[in-house]
Structures are given as C-alpha cells and as structure tokens.
Write a protein that binds this ligand. Structure first.
Ligand code: GDP
Ligand code: MG
Length: 297
C-alpha cells in the first residue's frame, strides 16, 4: 500500500518515542497570490484548506498590509499523528508598491523564534511547543523568464531565517523545454545573489542509494509543481490527481509530468526531520546568537 501523503514514513526518520506524541510541522507559503499556494498545500497534505478571504474593502489593500494567517490541523496516517500548521501569506506581490512586502513575513518568522526563545528561558524545555517555521515554500510565477526583482529581494530577507524551498508554480502552463531553461536561469540568479536554499544534508554513512536520491532531488530544484485536488481520468483510463486539458491530463503524482513527488520527498516523506533539525540547530541558533549580541551580551 502506498500512502498518499507520506508522513507515516516519519518513524523511520524519528525516534520511536515521538510516535506517541506526534509531530509538529510548520510550513510557510510565500509568493504572489493566485499562484496555487493553497491548492498545492491541499495537494501535499491531501486535505482541504479554507482559502484566506481577500479584504473586502480597497482601504485594506491601500494600507498595504499582508495578513499572515495560520491554519492548523491534525492529520493521521497509519497511526502517526502530524500536527501541521500552514502559514499563509496572502496578498504578497499584489500591492502597487511592494517595497516592504518581506516585512510581515520576516516579522512572523522572528516572532516565532522569539516565542521559542521565551519558552526556553522559562527553564522548562519539555513544555516548549515548537511553532517555528520549518520550511518555506517560495512560489515563483511561471513566466519562463527569470526571477523578478521582488523575488530576489524577499528571498534575500528570508534565506538566513528559514529553510527556503523554491518552486515553479503552475508549471503545467510551461513546456518541458521552457521549464529546463527557466530552471537554469533561476538557479543562476539564486547563485549570483548568494541565496541559500535548503539542501538535503549528506552524511558519511549514506548508502549509494541515499546519495543518488539526494542528488536526484537537488537536481530538480526549483521544483516545477502542479497542484490539483480533483481526480481526473488519464490517458490509460486510470483515476489520477491532475489537471485536464484538451490535449491531455497533467498528472500530479507522475514524475514524468512534474516534480511534485520530489517536493513531497523533500518536505514530507524523507527530510522532514532534517528540515526541523536545520531550523533548530542553525537558523534558530544564529537568530538567538545575534539577538544576544544585539542585547549587549
Ligand atoms: P493562491 O492564491 O496562491 O493560494 O492560489 P490558489 O491555490 O487559490 O489557486 C489560484 C487558482 O489557480 C485556482 O483557480 C486554482 O485552481 C489554480 N491553480 C492552482 N494550482 C494550479 C496549477 O498547478 N496549475 C494551474 N494551471 N492552475 C492552478
Ligand atoms: Mg491562497
């Protein structure tokens, strides 16, 4: 039996005792609105997400506020509990002036670090619940050109604070060739601007198979994703999650059609523990150290 979401694979990543307590995982989605962020989260975790309401009044839009919203749910798969929080950042990129688009996003990440720091200082580590962001899916518009200035600016503000995972949104509207070129340009941009993205850590004890898997996942970044929660009938007459076009069906769970499965492997199935560890040991520690320096210690 292959499970749909994949987090029941977690006990293989975690110690047995965590199985009873369940796992916390907090993921943030960033990018322009309408890029399929809510849809992809629903596709990844196989659950409906209430789409955040857009502000009814234009006054709210003029105020250039990005309302950061978080939605939590408890999922269970093969007896493994996952407490998932999705932090949605609607409206990003919508404003006429996007100069400060990163501010509420970074603010939210830092608030979560601060809350954890406070909890730690209360001297009762066992009771600290982990609300820190463990992964940030950054949605790139499928323009086929290169990164926009705002993407570079926002990612530069984010990459030291969060595990960045860039994805090409709605990749079904691009041809395979366009995706190859687009990916290469994005990777060159990221490198040029020294934007660090999350990498699956390598260990000396990794088997050849594990090393190959890591290389294969990393080679696909930025993941070209397609989100779809509805089932459609594919060319072979099978029911699949996908998007239907006059020329055929783009299947979500098909490696030949998009990188959804690679993203799922990185985010959920195989590297959730590494994402949490890197958040705790590197990103949070750096933040804490800087905070102490700023406070004059
Ligand atoms: P969000 O504003 O970023 O959360 O975007 P939504 O998830 O609300 O999606 C916006 C629209 O894009 C909806 O009509 C979706 O059906 C559509 N959409 C979502 N994912 C995809 C995708 O992968 N490909 C295509 N072509 N459309 C998508
Ligand atoms: Mg949304």
């Amino acid at each position: 039996i292959t499970s749909l979401v994949g987090f029941s694979n977690l006990p293989a990543q975690y110690h047995r005792k965590s199985l009873r307590k369940g796992f916390d995982f907090n993921v943030m989605v960033v990018g322009e609105s309408g890029l399929g962020k809510s849809t992809l989260i629903s596709t990844l975790f196989d659950m409906p997400l209430t789409p955040p309401r857009t502000p009814a009044s234009s006054a709210a839009a003029i105020a250039r506020t990005v309302a950061v919203r978080s939605i939590s749910s408890e999922l269970e798969e093969d007896g493994v509990k996952l407490r998932l929080t999705v932090v949605d950042t609607p409206g990003f990129g919508d404003q006429v002036n996007n100069d400060d688009a990163w501010r509420p996003i970074v603010g939210n990440i830092e608030q979560r670090f601060d809350a954890y720091l406070e909890g730690e200082n209360m001297n009762n580590r066992t009771k600290v619940s982990d609300t820190r962001i463990h992964a940030c899916l950054y949605f790139i518009a499928p323009t086929g050109h290169s990164l926009k200035a705002i993407d570079i600016e926002v990612m530069k503000k984010l990459h030291h604070k969060v595990n960045l995972i860039p994805v090409i949104a709605k990749s079904d509207i691009l041809t395979d060739d366009e995706i190859v070129t687009f990916k290469a340009r994005i990777r060159a941009d990221l490198e040029y601007h020294k934007i660090a993205i999350f990498e699956t850590p390598r260990y000396e004890i990794d088997s050849n198979e594990t090393m190959e898997e890591k290389t294969s996942i990393m080679s696909k970044i930025p993941f070209a994703v397609v989100g779809a929660t509805a089932e459609v009938i594919n060319a072979e007459g099978r029911k699949v999650r996908g998007r239907k076009y006059p020329w055929g069906v783009v299947e979500v769970d098909n490696e030949d059609h998009c990188d959804f499965l690679k993203l799922r492997a990185m985010l959920v199935k195989n590297y959730m523990e590494e994402l949490k560890e890197h958040t705790d040991e590197i990103l949070y520690e750096n933040y804490r150290a800087q905070k102490l320096v700023a406070m004059g210690f």
